[in-house]
Design a protein around this ligand. Sequence first.
Ligand code: SAM
Length: 274
Amino acid sequence: MFMKKHSVVAKKKYGQNFLQDEGVLRKIVEAMPKNDNKIVEIGPGLGDLTKFLVDVKSVEAFEVDTDLCKLLQSTFKEEIVTKRLRIHCGDVLEAWQSSLIDEPYDLVANLPYYIATNIILKALADPMCKNMLVMVQLEVAEKFCADSGDSVFGALSIITQSIGESNIIVKVPPTAFDPQPKVDSAVFLIEKRSDRSDKDFEDMLRVAFSQPRKTLIKNLSSKYDKNSLAEFFQDLELTLTIRPHQVATGDYHQLYKKIQRSLDDRRESRDTRQ
Ligand code: SAM
């Protein structure tokens, strides 16, 4: 695999590990969903992935490092003039309101690892974001792509499965980057079917996985009525000893519906008594 050289000093505080392996860059482009959506790239860095992206689609890129912004503006002069590429200089999290841009887009990026989970959750909640093809730390990719029963199955896997389908495309060793990160990486794809599940559902998941080694009912009992939970578990044929990672996404949704219904009933009967 072909590796390129660059002379820029990477800034650790911005999570700069530049992807230099042309084979991996090509795999990312090949895995891009085929549609007319715009591309958003977060952290174009030296522009190695950007070069491939502007060849196939128009791109909106967000880069926090002002030195790299200047470099990108001179490397991509022509693409900027022809509006194939727009570079937003600044922190993407500050620029991100309810939507990052006001038209449908796919996020394609080698993300800065220190904020990768935050970015993915924001993109999952952003109605304009339709798909995501991102490089992150392998351990993080596995959490987003896990199935129930896997030891790393958790709230991130369930939120993702509730919205779309996720798959690991390629695992990437540290040697593909300059400077090399200390961890393995992976590119994974999330194809969204709908927009984000609701916040109360995510709150329930947070409680469900608060102590991953404890039983699910024990965790949930810290917030919800234990007797009602025992009834719901029986209805759904879930054993009382089941652990949070052993329950399928569909069962979490059923459980959530039952919990919400019983909370609504309780609220209603309290209101009629007053
Ligand atoms: N895309 C390039 C590549 O594949 O070689 C660089 C990827 S590097 C892992 C992450 C990039 O994200 C860096 O260019 C870094 O400056 C940028 N970055 C870090 N934090 C950011 C933020 N809050 N907003 C926008 N860009 C950020």
